[in-house]
Design a protein around this ligand. Structure first.
Ligand code: FUL
Length: 695
């Protein structure tokens, strides 16, 4: 090599050295990004709700505000039990209904007597907010507060005076109990209430009445690290997802751009090009309702239901806020504890071993060719490192190669959302027997996306981003082999009185009992409709997989008298019988020309003794005609009617479940449900089912 050549090689080496050392700049943030409080909150992922108030003692969904505070008497109250269960369940915090719509305060408030000082608990010296703050501290949980803006007790609710009262209470709660991670301003404003004895209906304009701008300012001054949840009035830090059933849309953008009330569809999916970061929180109860009702002891969500909730919330770029309804004695029911801990165990079993961690990864494009942003950063289990592509490269793929053929059935991806939510569409494929097989094709990712699919054995997995708003920035990819969980069957009783059991899959065997006992593999095998006669019947059923010898949780349903001889006589429409056909998914609506109030009259076929009735609204998403205010009548001759119940179906707008109303024993051949008002304040009335309660 001559001198010229050596100089040239030296230059070349130096040039290569400097280019290797050259810092490749990280991607610029794209669009709105989470602030620090939202980021901290997002990483909490899963936390609990506690519903407890005077209406726990009256068996109501909402207190009216006139409940005697002395009924609030939790003899075995132990908030450490709540905190222990939450911690063991893997939760990161607890949000307490410090004041629900009843107005009753779970702390001694300087500004009202309708609080702990009027309760026999600890002779009026109790402070449940303080006790829970201490228990949360002990168990390493964060504390959140639900303070209902609607107060059905306060005499001045509806006037400006209430806003001062509300802010005073807010100040007490956000000053005296340490750090609060989230404040929950419920959007329900039902109208009627006790209001200091006025017993009337008051309407407010929820976008202006609370002067949210100044209320938020106060909140942030008192708790700089807090996140604000508000489902109405004014956009806050977090958004409701438009349902209390435990899921958010499959496409879920953490963005919004509306300032006032947001349409339900946007709540569910966010807004792709929204101008503000407002991520979704999935709030749902472990029981059908938020407050404790003994009748729901057999209705606690089971492991497969909770797993679905997990996949449809945390697995869809949401957080999960799961509610415990405290019993009148002050404790969480043992079934709720068992089911939530079984769920925690199952989540651990499903996601503890990330099969991608021991694999290798290669990407079709790496930002600046730099090792800082290469594919390995997506499978290193470190949330602070990421794989990114060059600016302008919005489609790319990353292939994971396993050391040996690997079985899996779950895929998890996370975007590095500190730089914005970008991915619009992606596909995953597995290399099975030498060929790529598509496993799933989906839309958004966000903070976390989990996909489930039938188990495959594969040597490679390819993750392809097919559309993105900007160059993708992926912080984590996980691959898991989750154990199978069998889903419980559904049970309905048809109008004929026959029982129909609906399996969740084709392979399992269904075992059932009709005497209230737990089914086992010695019980009867279901092979078709079961005739059960006219009386009441208790059915319990489970699915069993003969291959794995695993069984599902038991579904238990109690049915009242059969509706075989019933006939809806207030309308001759051929479809009207859908309201008594036993199928919760069929429905009937009053003809459009009928205005509220409108009656639905049923002939029971013979005289019966009744102690209540039940109403299930149309179960379709965003259905119209959901009745909120009603009157219920009975008659022996379809001429003389007696009103035996009237009132509201409290939380039916957000949670359209079976509504049960009891009354003193009545003899009746005819029943009449009069719909007075619905959730949308228009003239429609719809029904999925009507039933009665007999002694
Ligand atoms: C709803 C309330 O009306 C329910 O009672 C419950 O508190 C739930 C979390 O929010 O809107």
């Amino acid at each position: 090599m001559n001198f010229k050549d050596s100089i040239f090689s030296l230059f070349l080496m130096l040039a290569m050295f400097f280019s290797a050392c050259k810092e490749v700049t990280p991607p610029e943030p794209f669009g709105p990004v989470p602030n620090e409080n939202q980021m901290r909150w997002q990483e909490m992922e899963y936390y609990g709700f506690i519903h407890f108030s005077v209406n726990t003692y009256t068996d109501m969904s909402w207190g009216f505000g006139d409940e005697d505070p002395s009924i609030f008497d939790p003899k075995e109250l132990d908030v450490r039990q709540w905190a222990r269960i939450a911690k063991e369940a893997g939760m990161t915090g607890l949000i307490l209904t410090a004041k629900h719509h009843s107005g009753f305060c779970l702390w001694p408030s300087e500004y009202t007597d309708y609080d702990m000082t009027a309760s026999p608990y600890k002779d009026g010296k109790g402070d449940i907010v303080r006790e829970l703050a201490e228990a949360c501290e002990e168990y390493g949980l964060k504390l959140g507060i639900y303070l209902s803006p609607w107060d059905r007790n306060f005499a001045d609710y509806g006037k400006p005076e209430y806003i001062t009262y509300f802010r005073n209470q807010l100040t007490e709660l956000l000053t005296n109990y340490g750090e609060i991670f989230e404040i929950w301003f419920d959007g329900a404003h039902g109208g009627s209430g006790y209001y200091g004895g006025a017993n009337e209906t008051r309407t407010i304009d929820r976008s202006t009445y609370y002067d949210w701008g100044n209320t938020y300012k106060l909140v942030r001054e008192l708790q700089p690290n807090i996140v604000i949840w508000n489902d109405g009035g004014k956009r806050a830090d977090l958004r409701w997802v438009g349902t209390e059933s435990g899921y958010v849309g499959e496409s879920n953008w953490s963005l919004l751009d509306s300032l006032g009330d947001v349409p339900e569809d946007m709540l569910r999916h966010g807004v792709e090009n929204g101008n503000a970061w407002v991520p979704g929180e999935v709030n749902t109860s472990i029981r059908p309702e938020w407050f404790y009702h003994k009748r729901e002891d057999t209705k606690v969500k089971t492991l497969p239901q909770l797993m679905d909730t997990y996949n449809n919330s945390i697995g869809r770029n949401g957080t999960l806020l799961l509610n415990f309804a405290i019993m009148p004695n002050g404790l969480i029911h043992e079934t709720d504890e068992k089911n939530v801990l079984d769920f925690a165990q199952a989540v651990k079993e499903a996601f503890d071993e990330d099969l991608a961690l021991n694999a290798s990864a290669e990407a079709s494009n790496v930002r600046g060719g730099s090792s800082t942003y290469d594919a390995s950063k997506a499978i290193d289990g470190d949330k602070d490192t990421y794989w990114a592509t060059d600016d302008g490269v919005n489609t790319a793929s990353l292939t994971i190669t396993f050391d040996e053929p690997t079985t899996f059935n779950r895929f998890m991806a996370q975007e590095y959302i500190q730089l914005g939510q970008r991915v619009k569409a992606f596909t995953i494929e597995a290399m099975v027997d030498g060929e790529w097989k598509e496993l799933d094709s989906q839309t958004t990712i966000g903070y976390k996306r989990i996909l489930q699919f039938p188990t495959v054995e594969a040597t490679q997995l390819r993750f392809t981003i097919t559309d993105s708003k900007s160059n993708p920035v992926i912080s984590n990819i996980g691959v898991f082999d989750a154990p199978q969980i069998l889903t419980s069957p559904g049970i309905i009783r048809e109008q004929s009185g026959d029982i129909r059991i609906i399996p969740a899959d084709d392979e399992s065997v269904i075992y059932y009992t009709l005497d209230g006992s737990e089914p086992t593999t010695d019980s009867e095998i279901y092979s078709g409709q079961i005739p059960t006669g006219d009386g009441k019947v208790e059915v319990a059923a489970m699915a069993f997989d003969p291959d794995t010898q695993k069984s599902s949780p038991v579904t238990a349903e109690s049915f009242d008298i059969s509706r075989k001889d019933w006939k809806v006589i207030s309308d001759s429409d051929s479809k009207v019988a859908q309201v008594i056909d036993g199928d919760p998914n069929s429905y009937w609506h009053q003809p459009e020309d009928k205005k509220l109030p409108v009656d639905l009259v049923i002939d029971l076929g013979k005289e019966e003794e009744l102690t209540g009735f039940r109403y299930l609204p149309d179960q379709r998403l965003w259905s119209s005609g959901i009745i909120t205010d009603y009157e219920f009548y009975v008659s022996l001759d379809n001429k003389t009617w007696k009103k035996v119940s009237q009132g509201e179906f409290s939380n039916i707008n957000n949670n359209p479940l079976w509504q049960s109303k009891g009354f003193a024993l009545q003899k009746a051949r005819y029943i009449k449900l009069k719909a007075l008002k619905n959730t949308k304040n228009d003239n429609s009335a719809g029904y999925a089912e009507i039933d009665v309660i007999t002694p």
